[in-house]
Design a protein around this ligand. Sequence first.
Ligand SMILES: [Zn+2]
Length: 212
Amino acid sequence: MIILLLGAPGAGKGTQAALLNKKYGLKHISTGDLLREEIKNNTPVGKKAAAIMESGALVPDDMILGLLKNALNAGGKGIILDGYPRTAAQARELDRLIKAMGEKIKAVVNIKLSEEEIVNRIIMRRQCKKCGNIFNLRFMKNFDGKCPKCGSGDVYQRPDDNEAAAKHRLEVYRAQTAPVVEFFKDKDFYKEVDGIRPAEKVFEEISKFIEK
Ligand SMILES: [Zn+2]
């Protein structure tokens, strides 16, 4: 099973991916992680990718597609792709690759959220310096200044999580993903869900769509 998650930063893709993993055993894959893995293992692809990244250039699409192909071939119950494809060209190539492998995309889930809510979520995000836990004050009834995971009081807001940076990231995201949405939106496996509701409700809707 192949599921693609679309949604702006802060829309809750990570949470939904975790829930999908728990219920269906799907592996959550990010192309960034796949690349880091190759580099860490010093594979031929990893060496090439490291050199390209050091030069400041973007890793070419065919290299990413090769990694995705391996991940798909690795079997298991399926994968969740998050943060890919980012362009219409990547969407087309991915679609082609999946078809060529005799596979099908089960669902492209686009988690929609208003700009105001996204910015709100981003600026209310906090990280614990001690354990690295990232949590959101937006979803906490009362916050006592301590990390909900380890209890440390050394909690901070990452410099990137301010309003101006959040708005900028959102703009970049919209400009990039609009063509991706355009590519998938008329397919019968495309689904938009309202991300403002609690994560369990959003997940319920996604589950129903997948199982229908
Ligand atoms: Zn902590």
